[in-house]
Design a protein around this ligand. Structure first.
Ligand code: 13P
Length: 255
């Protein structure tokens, strides 16, 4: 399958930014700029912004995602949010295993896997994030790290379920640092991820998976990154908070 047949997806990951009112204003600014996009456009927003974001994007081509979810249906998990809660209000996507969750909130491949399974079972589409630390790249173990994350994070995910999984390759050293992976570095690892998926499933299943790059992607470098055959989209942090910048990335993916 060639790249043109995969769904290109540009997703904003707002992280801990924007109040509900600010979210409405930002989405109102983004919507007309991306109305004719030839790719999928998603905004992943803080939990308390979800309802406002869903209302603001009604009738537009912007889909809404959460930034995490718990794996249990309900129960004594103070501060957590279930997949059912997200589904009921109209959330379609959920970012899982982001490096900031791994780094600051004790997320492990085991918990990413549990969340991924739960999200899929609930009919949410997980955007599963993988990526190596700078130290790991310097020690030349990027492929080992990525192979392990892919295998563990997708453990017990069926081939049918894989159709609803998006993978985001986010080298941790490139996140929020202004230090982007070169297009060749991004392509190399995204191709490696696809090869791992082919090993775990089969080539056809692997070829159908959308693999995004994330890490300081912006309106200036999106064209080059997205021109690579295995880079099917982007997971955008900082630049997704500025309507014009985000729209320019969407435009780059629509070519
Ligand atoms: P930046 O685009 O701010 O580097 O963030 C990338 C990211 O972590 C998206 O999930």
């Amino acid at each position: 399958m060639d790249k043109a047949k995969r769904t290109a997806i540009i997703a904003g990951n707002w992280k801990m930014n924007k109040t509900p009112k600010e979210a409405t204003a930002l989405l109102n600014a983004i919507a007309p700029l991306v109305a004719d996009a030839d790719c999928e456009v998603i905004a992943c927003v803080p939990y308390v912004d979800l309802a406002a974001a869903i209302e603001a994007t009604e009738g537009t081509n912007i889909k809404i995602g959460a930034e995490n979810c718990h794996w249990a249906e309900s129960g004594a998990f103070t501060g957590e949010i279930s997949t059912g809660m997200l589904k009921e209000i109209g959330v379609e996507y959920v970012v899982l295993g982001h490096s900031e969750r791994r780094q600051y909130f004790g997320e492990t491949d085991e918990t990413v896997n549990k969340r991924t399974k739960a999200a899929l079972a609930a009919g949410l589409k997980p955007i599963v994030c993988v990526g190596e630390l700078l130290w790991e790249r310097e020690c030349n173990i990027t492929e080992e790290v990525i192979a392990r994350q892919i295998k563990l994070d997708l453990w017990d995910v069926t081939e049918e379920e894989l159709k609803n999984v998006v993978i985001a390759y986010e080298p941790v050293w490139a996140i929020g640092t202004g230090k982007t992976a070169t297009a060749d570095q991004a392509e190399e690892v995204c191709a490696f991820i696809r090869a791992q998926l082919a090993k775990l499933y089969n080539q056809e299943a692997a070829d159908a998976v959308t693999i995004q790059y994330g890490g300081s992607m912006n309106d200036g470098n999106a064209d080059e990154l997205l021109s690579k055959v295995n880079v099917d989209g982007g997971l955008i942090g900082g630049a997704s908070l500025v309507a014009e910048k985000f729209a320019a990335i969407v435009k780059a993916a629509s070519k």
